[in-house]
Design a binder for this molecule. Structure first.
Ligand SMILES: NC(=O)c1ccc[n+]([C@@H]2O[C@H](COP(=O)([O-])OP(=O)(O)OC[C@H]3O[C@@H](n4cnc5c(N)ncnc54)[C@H](OP(=O)(O)O)[C@@H]3O)[C@@H](O)[C@H]2O)c1
Length: 364
């Protein structure tokens, strides 16, 4: 890292630092002794717990009680940061934090879920980013975040005819203290999910484009649902690969065919009920030992030979946090002002090497 080389402290403000993903990102950042993290959330109690759980880390941690709704407090918390991280519950916070960061002349990285609304707002910041020499990198983490990076990694060895990525994630929902707002955001994500992929450069929609992946978890091939991600759109638009898509594995028949449709039906009547049903279903019917796996199944353009990459870790939150921190490292070492998806921003070779350094398995 440039700052590390100059022996200067690196200052990072993390909004949502007490959350499942934010805690993990903060922990990884604090492995660097030159890193000064300011962890923010609304609860002083949870911030104290964070401080005691990370005591003894090589880097230094300060905390601040900040509600993202308070612009003045947010600006204060990010004013001296080199990079601001958005890991709060609501995706709507992403563009708000990114805009304030750019106004402060600071770069931003967000891990919120991918949506057209979010990207329309972020893309409008391109000119301001270039003018101020800062970066807005969003759709960071595992999904979004890794699928198109895996495709770009595979394409380094030669052009691809097709590239399909599947992701499967399991969590012990029963033991998690995910906030109700995060579950509400998850419901909103399912509601706005576009079942779209690209075939020969054309965007095609519909659940009939579902694809089976063998995640090598002892269950054989599983049918996964197409899920449009901004980074997949970028791959097709840039001509990296003409036929490509991301597909998400399910949570089991009861949740996929019972809880999800019920929650989607309720969402029109009452969003809170829809979130409660979703949360109940995940805890009661989908709780299992954690893991996260992504599989790339691709074909070489030259001769149609298969290319397969498997990226996995026993903890899905490590699979989220490590890519985010690896991206922050690249933002600092090789700044490229502008608005980016994580998968489009990173240099794939060193990115996947960094992930392996954090214990993520990358089988290529
Ligand atoms: N890209 C990926 O791979 C990936 C993977 C996992 C999660 N995510 C996304 O990352 C986000 C966080 O997920 P999570 O599972 O870590 O959620 P979580 O455990 O519920 O944590 C949410 C965090 O945000 C804070 N927060 C919520 N509202 C806030 C506000 N108004 N002001 C300040 N802080 C606020 C919470 O603390 P207080 O409530 O105390 O304020 C908490 O620290 C979600 O949007 C999720 O969809 C992305």
């Amino acid at each position: 890292m440039r700052r590390l080389l100059k022996n200067i402290a690196l200052r990072i403000t993390v909004f949502g630092a007490t959350g499942q993903a934010g805690r993990c990102i903060t922990r990884f950042l604090l492995n660097d002794p030159s890193c000064e993290v300011t962890g923010c959330s609304r609860s002083d109690t949870r911030l104290r717990q964070l401080t005691s759980s990370l005591a003894g880390s090589p880097g230094s941690l300060q905390t601040r009680v900040v509600d993202v709704a308070s612009e003045a407090h947010v600006l204060e918390a990010m004013s001296s940061a080199d990079v601001v991280v958005g890991a709060t519950s609501q995706s709507a916070d992403g563009p708000v934090l990114a805009d304030l960061a750019v106004r402060c002349g600071t770069s931003y990285l967000g891990i919120h879920l991918s949506s057209e609304t979010k990207w329309a707002k972020l893309r409008s910041m391109q000119e301001a980013c270039v003018e101020k020499g800062v970066m807005v990198v969003d759709d960071a983490g595992a999904h979004p975040g890794l699928p198109a990076a895996m495709v770009r990694y595979a394409a380094m060895d030669g052009p691809l005819r097709s590239a399909w990525v599947g992701g499967k994630f399991a969590l012990p929902w029963n033991d998690l203290d995910v906030t109700p707002a995060t579950i509400a955001d998850f419901v909103a994500e399912i509601e706005s999910m576009q079942p779209a992929v690209f075939k020969n450069g054309k965007k095609v929609r519909g659940y009939r484009h579902a694809r089976a992946f063998d995640f090598e978890i002892g269950r054989g091939a599983e049918t996964c649902t197409p899920m449009f991600l901004e980074e997949i759109g970028e791959l097709a638009r840039s001509g990296t690969v003409a036929s490509t898509g991301f597909f998400i594995g399910g949570f089991g028949r009861l949740v996929d065919y019972g809880i999800f449709p019920l929650s989607m039906g309720l969402v029109k009547l009452n969003r809170r009920w829809a979130s409660q049903v979703m949360w109940w279903g995940l805890r009661r019917l989908a709780s299992e030992a954690p893991y996260g796996v992504l599989i790339l199944d691709a074909e070489r353009a030259s001769d149609g030979s298969p290319v397969r990459i498997r990226v996995s870790h026993a903890d899905p939150y490590v699979l989220t946090a490590a890519p985010a921190v690896a991206t922050i490292r690249q933002m600092l070492s090789h700044p490229k002002p502008g608005v980016w998806t994580q998968a489009g921003f990173v240099e794939p070779q060193s990115f996947f090497e960094s992930l392996q350094g954090w214990g993520i398995k990358v089988d290529a």
